[in-house]
Write a protein that binds this ligand. Sequence first.
Ligand code: 6CS
Ligand code: FE
Length: 285
Amino acid sequence: MIDPYETRKATRSSIVYRQCRTFYGKPKALDAGEARVYANDGYVVLRGFFDALSIARLAEAAGAVALPSGALLSMEPSGLGLRSAVGVHECDPFSGVCFDASLLGIAWEILDSDVYVHQSRINFKLPGIGSGWHWHSDFETWHAQDGMPKMRCFTAMIPLTPNTTQNGSLKVIPGSHRMYWSAPAPEQTFSAEENFADQREGVPTDLAISEIKDRCQSEVTSIVCEPGDLVLFDCNLMHGSVANESGCARTNMFVVFNSVENRLVEPFSYSFRRPEQMAYRGEIT
Ligand code: 6CS
Ligand code: FE
């Protein structure tokens, strides 16, 4: 069978059109306007979705001391400080937010099926230490490395501290979820952990980013947001961020919801599977 999202196999990169829907169900939990923005731009920001104070308190809990024991820790490429804790959604105090009833209601309607958590993580971007994330589409990575078949998956980003342009807020290319950037085969293969800490495979060049912007007729947009806000973004939205050059931490929690009808198969471009915390393959309860 032909894979419409083949990646990391050819000598050159290419851009093809998306063959999956973005919004699978009917808007109800989201209003029609929010659903339209999500479908058109590939993301939507819901201001004041959670109680700001209780979310801000999670930032303290996210300090290494209270991190769930099963979480996989990914360090900064410099070795200075923690970059991500992966696999946090089943532990207090994080589970309450990840499985918030209103958020689940949104997940069901975007994906129009039962859902499960494919991956959850807290990204720490410590002041002066926290590095950025290169441009990428999560789906390209999950398809290549984890065997996610289709684009029927999205991320809920829950800021635990303010996200500003100075501390490296998320940057997106609105509308880029509608096209798929297929990456060239890597010259060198890195381990799952190396690629997670500092992704080098599946990263478009500056020229490719310009082409994507041209095709979308859009500009890079920075998502400035606060604790209490909820950012929903499609699995194929092109995004990245710069380093934290401010004096304030940028701490964000990410919960990735996948449709139960889009469960992982074998990785499309690799012969090894990544750890369960990065790509869940277990039972769904
Ligand atoms: O490899 C991954 O699964 C992760 N890496 C990046 C750069 N973004 C999404 C995802 O958490
Ligand atoms: Fe990402």
